[in-house]
Design a protein. Structure first.
Length: 229
């Protein structure tokens, strides 16, 4: 059975070109021309992956990404004409798995889709039987839940994945490059500033004093170490 790609894109020439390339590469392509149609499709067709343009005529792409992430487990790649780092980080923080900046080639998009789907499959395999603990932190990976003591905390996808990597490698020094490639995949053209921002956000969720972290320690000029207890 072919993997089903939901493309939410209002510009007809772009949507038609992507649809042609997806079908040529063996994907089932479903096209939604606006946010409402995209949300309806996502709720009914159970896509393998969602390609989401941020500039839609009826709903903000950021708002739609937030809704989709709450309702749907399919990976999301955002399409954007914006190159500002804040916009990219916002999309990732809302739960997108990758982004690609317009203009782009069909070949690049297909490569990104395959990479994200591959990571998603690997995560499902690893997550099926894993539960991690460190100090007061308990991570139930199949349920995508994290608690500190008796308090449940919400972590967006990338923060969850970062914490999972840290908890799976307690008391090990992990380089920025290792974390960057593990979480965002080496095919993606991010800079390590994105990683540092996500580390800061994660500290704000799990540390009593983010300015003096007990769990996630900075190792100067190298990366980070997660101190389990």
């Amino acid at each position: 059975m072919n993997q089903r790609v939901l493309l939410i894109e209002d510009e007809a020439p772009i949507a038609d070109s992507i649809e042609y390339s997806l079908k040529k590469d063996g994907f089932d392509a479903i096209i939604a021309r606006d946010g409402i149609a995209g949300l309806t499709a996502a709720r009914n067709i159970f896509p393998s992956i969602i390609i989401l343009d941020l500039m839609l005529p009826d709903i903000s792409g950021m708002d739609l990404c937030r809704i989709l992430r709450k309702e749907n487990n399919a990976p999301i790649i955002i399409l954007t004409a914006k190159t500002d780092e804040v916009d990219r980080i916002m999309g990732l923080e809302l739960g997108a798995d990758d982004y690609i900046t317009k203009p782009f080639s069909a070949r690049e998009l297909i490569a990104r889709i395959r990479a994200v789907l591959r990571r998603s499959r690997n995560t499902l395999t690893e997550d099926s039987k894993t539960r991690l603990t460190a100090g007061d932190i308990v991570m139930d990976i199949p349920k995508r839940s994290v608690s500190i003591g008796n308090i449940q905390i919400h972590l967006p996808l990338k923060q969850f994945e970062l914490l999972k990597v840290f908890m799976a490698h307690p008391d090990e020094v992990l380089t920025r490059n290792f974390l960057f490639q593990t979480i965002w995949n080496s095919d993606s053209a991010y800079d390590t500033g994105t990683l540092d921002v996500h580390i800061r956000w994660l500290r704000e969720k799990i540390e009593k004093d983010p300015a003096k972290p007990n769990y996630i320690r900075t190792i100067r000029r190298v990366g980070y170490k997660f101190v389990a207890g």
